[in-house]
Design a binder for this molecule. Structure first.
Ligand code: A2P
Length: 282
């Protein structure tokens, strides 16, 4: 069964246990627009860091049929492949069909998940390189929260640059705490190597609220400011690899810039220099 047939499959609203249900184990609210949560992971579920799954809740009961069907959206898994639980990072849209309700979940609640991970933001879709760039806006940080905790990221690259552009400073907190937390993560320091996190260069920017670095990353790259401050040359196909996850306009703008740099888009079936995925918006 694929996601499309699962999504449209009608299920009786009276069924007590949700299909493919997982149990919420933790919820954190970061701002009035952002929250993250953790839930149980099916023992049989395997995925590659950077992939996404369909998750959601039971929809409203249809008055005519008396039935409800699952309301599902694509969510990047924010936890790494080795984690025994699953983590997700979500926007709250007050009139969004799913997130208007999902934002109220509590520990012990059930969330539906189709355990069929897919996606292009995976190491397999890139050719070997020296430096990897992760470009995110808003909740597009989620797949990189997974990849920054994935040992292969540090085995494959000498340098990891993560840029995150958000409207407001508070929207950077989830990412910043995660990156700072890597320094104290005893398990990762032991498994990957003491001080592995020194390979990371973090470049957070805001566009609508004052912060130490203002501006869209795209503009800061065009002006050369981002490269000067990071102490690196602009991306080139010999040494640089990149993953993009943000809103549509951001993804398209970066794709265009990368093509100018001579980078080619990769896929699972044909690894190349960069890959793109659209961040979920409800
Ligand atoms: P801006 O405030 O200038 O629109 P959103 O919440 O709308 O998805 O946006 C998240 C962040 O992405 C915002 O800081 C926004 O900047 C930025 N952004 C939106 N479009 C682009 C783009 N084409 N290139 C770079 N950054 C963008």
């Amino acid at each position: 069964m694929n996601e499309m047939t699962s999504v449209s499959q009608e299920t009786s609203a009276k069924t007590p246990a949700l299909p493919d249900a997982q149990t919420v184990t933790d919820v954190k609210h970061w701002t009035d627009r952002l929250f993250s949560f953790r839930m149980t992971r099916p023992a049989s579920m395997r995925f590659r860091s950077g992939e996404f799954v369909m998750i959601g809740l039971m929809g409203e009961v249809n008055e005519k049929t008396g039935k409800a069907k699952p309301l599902l959206r694509a969510y990047s898994i924010a936890s790494p492949s080795w984690d025994e639980e699953l983590e997700f990072y979500s926007i709250k849209v007050q009139d969004g069909p799913l997130t208007s309700r999902l934002q109220h979940i509590k520990v012990g609640d059930e969330v539906i998940m189709r355990p069929k991970p897919v996606g292009t933001l995976v190491h397999d879709a890139l050719l070997p390189g020296k430096r990897i760039w992760f470009f995110a806006t808003g909740t597009g940080f989620a797949p990189f929260a997974s990849l920054l905790r994935e040992p292969q990221t540090y085995e494959d690259y000498d340098e990891i640059i993560i840029t995150h552009t958000c409207r407001e400073a508070g929207e950077l907190t989830y990412g910043r705490e995660l990156i700072e937390g890597l320094q104290q993560d005893e398990l990762l320091n032991e498994v990957i190597g003491d001080g592995f996190w020194k390979k990371i260069k973090y470049y957070p920017t805001t566009t609508r609220e004052q912060s130490p670095k203002m501006g869209r990353i795209t503009d800061l790259m065009r002006s050369g400011e981002a490269f000067d401050e990071l102490g690196v040359e602009p991306l080139n196909p010999e040494s640089d690899r990149a993953m993009i996850c943000g809103n549509l306009a951001f993804n398209l703008e970066l794709k265009e810039m990368f093509e100018e740099y001579g980078l080619e888009e990769g896929a699972n079936s044909k690894p190349a220099h960069y890959v793109v995925e659209k961040a979920f918006l409800d």
